[in-house]
Design a protein around this ligand. Structure first.
Ligand SMILES: Cc1cc2nc3c(=O)[nH]c(=O)nc-3n(C[C@H](O)[C@H](O)[C@H](O)COP(=O)(O)O)c2cc1C
Length: 268
């Protein structure tokens, strides 16, 4: 079997998922001109989508929130029209656990008529990680990126060895099925420390859900904030914070319980 292009679909507020899928694409070894990046992170993503063709290999990817793929990622993936493509499923998590996230992606794939041929769970710096309370700091690092490229290369080899009639078997993926109810993330939101803010607007630009607006300073609509931490990580003055006690406790728990390095896992 041959595919003509690699079509990447990902949601990635703090860019770790984006980095991993790009390394996978490099590992697949296709002409870079034939790698199509569909970044679903920002509200205007639909304006630049490129139509999926039947001979494209599709990669769908998103970050793990509370053991599942982030709901925003699922919602956006569900808007894409696929063409019965072979698909690679990728979950990126913050060195705690990916729990049922790959099952989430498998279900999205099945409902969209995609045929999963491989899956991988990779590690990115935890969105809540700080210098003082680090979890997965600096990941994906060089070793993770090499693992992602190697995964891409294995996908390429599998697809090449394929007799067009049989198709690749679907990978056995760890996780609970049927999927349980999503765990409720206690409500909290990111906000501005006005004394530190220089009003550059970066927080508004990088917010995936349009939760940040300007009204005598950058404010947040709490009901839209998914505490993805994009604004915290990108603010040049560290003027965006989450004040919630729950998040602070969680940050401390992660730094002490999830310090041991987890390794990427792949499934064929
Ligand atoms: C609300 C929320 C919940 C999260 N839950 C988990 C989790 O259950 N397990 C885990 O290992 N990491 C968890 N993370 C960390 C992210 O999965 C991780 O930082 C990921 O690399 C972020 O991807 P992105 O850079 O593409 O946005 C969570 C992050 C957020 C914001």
């Amino acid at each position: 079997m041959k595919f003509k292009r690699v079509n990447l679909f990902y949601y990635s507020p703090t860019h770790t998922t984006q980095k991993i899928v790009n390394e996978i694409a490099v590992g697949i070894g296709i002409d870079p001109m034939k790698i199509i990046e569909n970044n679903l992170t920002y509200p205007e993503y639909a304006d630049s989508l490129i139509e999926v063709e039947p001979h494209d290999l599709v990669v769908i990817a998103g970050p793990v929130y509370a053991g599942r793929i982030a709901s925003e990622a699922i919602k956006r993936l569900e808007t894409i029209k696929f063409a019965g493509n072979a698909a690679v499923l990728v979950a990126v998590y913050g060195n705690r656990n990916y729990d049922d996230a790959l099952i989430d992606l498998r279900e999205v794939a099945h409902h969209a008529g995609l045929r999963p041929i491989a899956a991988g769970a990779f590690i990115g710096e935890h969105s809540y990680s700080t210098k003082q309370f680090p979890t997965g700091r600096g990941r994906p690092d060089a070793e993770d990126k090499e693992a992602a490229r190697d995964f891409g290369h294995q996908i390429y080899k599998k697809v090449q060895s394929l007799n067009t009639k049989e198709g690749l078997p679907e990978p056995a993926i760890p996780g609970t099925f049927p999927l349980p109810e999503r765990r409720v993330i206690p409500p909290s939101f990111a906000e501005t420390v006005f004394e530190n803010c220089i009003e550059c607007g970066r927080c508004q630009e990088v917010c995936p859900t349009g939760a940040v607006f300007f009204n005598k300073g950058y404010q947040t609509k709490p009901e839209l904030c998914t505490i993805c931490c994009a604004c915290l990580k990108e603010c040049p003055r560290h003027a965006r914070v989450i004040k919630s006690e729950h998040v602070q406790k969680f940050r401390e728990m992660l730094a002490s319980n999830c310090a041991a390095r987890k390794q990427p896992e792949t499934f064929f």
